[in-house]
Design a protein around this ligand. Sequence first.
Ligand SMILES: Cc1ncc(COP(=O)(O)O)c(C=O)c1O
Length: 412
Amino acid sequence: MGIAARYAEGARVSADGVGQDGHGLATRLSHAGRAGSKAHGFVNLPLHRGSTVLYENMAQRRDFMRRRFEQALTYGLNGSATHHALEDVVAEVEGGTRCQIVGTGLAACTTPLLAYLGAGDHCLVPDSVYGPVRSFCDTMLRRLGVATTYYAPEATQDEVAGLIRAETKVLYLESPGSHSFEVQDVPALSRVAHARGVAVLMDNTWGIAAFQPFAHGVDVSIQALTKYAVGHSDVLLGSITTREDAHWKLVRDAALVLGQYASPDDCWLTLRGMRTMAVRLERQMASGLEVARWFAGRPEVARVLHPALPGAPGHELWKRDFSGAASLFGVVFRPEVSVAGTHRLVDALQLFGIGASWGGYESLALPTNGIITRTAGGGEAGAMVRFHIGLEDPADLIADLEAGFGVLNEAQ
Ligand SMILES: Cc1ncc(COP(=O)(O)O)c(C=O)c1O
């Protein structure tokens, strides 16, 4: 197939992750956002900090103000060359036209919801959604007169079509769910939404670089850059990337009126993180799968929720739509293993931190019973632990886990 034929309308990267210049992810990550002459000969762009921007004269001010939606530098809030370079790299990775950087991944979820929804509107949100987004819908959006319906993340296109009302403005997706790992049929759900004039917003943090949102019908892609883009667990940042300019203007307007801003230092660190993201993702995917397969062979484990594992929930959709996988997955224990037992296991681990977040270079373990937000009859019966696999040697991680299972079994 010719390169041009592989691109969905408005998508700059094909479903299998190739840019319109024919380059793969690692090449594009090395070359995007390098800003040529603004770097004064250095490989990397200098860090631009600042609030006030000085103009040479009034004619230049008028020109810059007219182009303030086009990355012209008018005031710190509108972004600096550092912000814009990062926006260009993220748009390049996700294959969108434009990107807006905001201060956290959560702000990247809430800002587009505010951009698209107003009093009297309705939105559809998966029941498995990242918890703080659910809190936002149940508090702020409700107070503003926006109704939310939580749908089962495995819902078919007909089931979702049945939930769309005249007032529905947004179909929100998070695939896979970041605690329960359901994979959504994004192309089918997007088609249903578009047929009814509903915008499709997706949290694509797990699929960063492995799922091309715009090639699969999404209008607005959300990233918690905090995870794999930053990669070192030292910065919080979010991005909102759009398929076309009409969506970008809505998102950009909302971000500006809300005063959304991110520190240029954090943007610079994230830009630096992204230069090595392709190799980290490749290594973490391989290690994640190795550890996930090991878990699947343990007698104490009922199921491993890793979409890239054959037989796991959502595997067929993953195989159809993704070109890779994150190193974040869930382990469901057999009913005879108690929640307290899994806590003892986690306490015994030496190489896994106990903590939220993911995408850094270090491995993490987080018991998730009580954290998962599903209400509608979904969810797992057994104790669950979510694992994030970092850049350590997988054999060392497995040896640590073996020892942890020893402690679990001693005390059972
Ligand atoms: C799926 C998902 N989306 C969004 C966020 C929010 O990101 P941040 O921690 O940068 O606010 C998280 C954080 O854990 C997440 O897991």
